[in-house]
Design a protein around this ligand. Structure first.
Ligand SMILES: C[S@@+](CC[C@H](N)C(=O)[O-])C[C@H]1O[C@@H](n2cnc3c(N)ncnc32)[C@H](O)[C@@H]1O
Length: 372
């Protein structure tokens, strides 16, 4: 289904117009109801009723900003009972947390996480860092989000854990050295461009002690061919994209030939103060491709593990967990040129020439699409 609007042109006063559109409403009702019902099985009827009443209220306020705001407040406050801890919204959240909760994954991942000094790349709020520190590892968490790191620091302090946190960009900044284990969890390696991915792998290797390991997860290359494409929209009083009332238009496109899923989100704040566009590209890999990348960066081996999550959360396939091993001291001497005995030597940038290949391919693909 096409949206009757073009990306980037949504303004605050168009919100209710959008809701009043006879093509948008049934689509949104179906989409939203389905996703909530999935999270709270057995509440389909209640969800349908809430959705219908919400859309009625919001549509009735068409064209009038003040009425719209009042209606939106009623929807969020009275219909969705966001503040009622027992209502479905919280159950949705609990279900979500149960299904993909990092602590739960940690229990399964634990066997892969070893070594004394650990570097958690993209540590976010520090969920893994805390679990590791509790078990006696010396952990450094790195994330470029100041808010995440502030939260992580505060929760480590509250838990009495000694964790070092750094606000840093693992693509641009140095990672330090001497780690027994580096980890990057949540398929984040696949979100990097091909050139950044290769360079981060080499940097991670340099940060490890000989024989150290890099543990990360990635999406299987069957994902782009089997995930759905589509557009959706969501009105939120406060949420992931903004703490203020906002509209999110999302579009998912799959590029099976490129083994990539692209998600675009257009976020418009209700008061019109901000309209932003976010692009997330998740590159997917076969094990052989990932092994080539990892070995090309200088790691000596790569093992794969699967079936960690209770149910697939990425389309049809679980992420694959990889353990890439840094060469041991004896191997380091063997693989490096005799004139250079430092592990800091950079291997040739195999992917350097590919720096912008990803973007060019996507544009070429889109141009083909336009002609179809
Ligand atoms: C999807 S979250 C995963 C958080 C955590 N690893 C987990 O599984 O709970 C990705 C995190 O990586 C961080 N991040 C993304 N790119 C980064 C970069 N280039 N340098 C540092 N942190 C980055 C984000 O700020 C975010 O906190």
């Amino acid at each position: 289904m096409e949206f009757p609007i073009s990306h980037g042109s949504i303004r605050a006063e168009q919100f209710s117009e959008l809701l009043g559109n006879p093509r948008v409403r049934p689509f949104a009702e179906r989409m939203l109801t389905t996703s909530y019902v999935e999270c709270v099985p057995g509440h389909e009827e209640a969800m349908r009723e809430i959705m219908a009443r919400s859309f009625d209220l919001l549509t009735a306020a068409r064209g009038d900003d003040r009425q719209f705001r009042t209606a939106a407040a009623t929807v969020v406050g009275d219909l969705f009972h966001k503040s009622d801890p027992d209502f479905w919204f919280n159950r949705v959240y609990r279900h979500y947390k149960r299904a993909i909760k990092p602590e739960r994954r940690f229990a399964i991942l634990r066997g892969l996480l070893c070594g004394e000094r650990v570097l958690d790349l993209g540590c976010g709020p520090g969920l893994y860092a805390r679990e590791l520190a509790r078990r006696g590892h010396r952990v450094t968490g790195m994330d470029f989000s100041e808010r995440s790191v502030a939260y992580a620091r505060e929760s480590a302090r509250a838990a009495g854990l000694d964790i070092e946190y750094a606000v840093a960009d693992y693509v641009a900044d140095e990672l330090g050295s001497g780690y027994d284990l580096a980890m990057m969890i949540y398929c984040d390696l696949g979100a990097l461009s091909p050139a950044d991915r290769a360079s981060v792998l080499r940097k991670v290797l340099r940060s490890l002690s000989p024989g150290g390991a890099f543990v990360f997860d990635f999406a299987d290359d069957s994902v782009p061919g089997t995930s759905g494409e589509g557009r959706s929209w969501l009105l939120e009083e406060s949420g992931f994209w903004s703490p203020r009332p906002h509209l999110v238009l999302e579009e998912t496109k799959t590029y099976p030939e490129l083994k990539m899923v692209q998600r675009m989100a257009l976020v418009a704040e209700e008061d019109g103060s901000r309209i932003e566009r976010y692009m997330i590209r998740d590159w997917c890999f076969s094990r052989d491709e990932m092994r080539d990348l990892v070995l090309g960066a200088g790691f000596s081996s790569c093992a794969f593990h699967r079936g960690f999550l209770p149910k697939p959360v990425w389309g049809t396939a679980d992420p694959i967990f990889a353990v890439a091993s840094a060469p041991r001291a004896s191997e380091v001497r063997r693989v490096h040129h005799p004139c250079h005995d430092s592990v800091d030597d950079e291997p040739q940038d195999r992917d350097g020439a590919d720096a912008d290949r990803g973007n060019e391919d996507i544009e070429a693909h889109d141009r083909r699409d336009d002609h179809e």
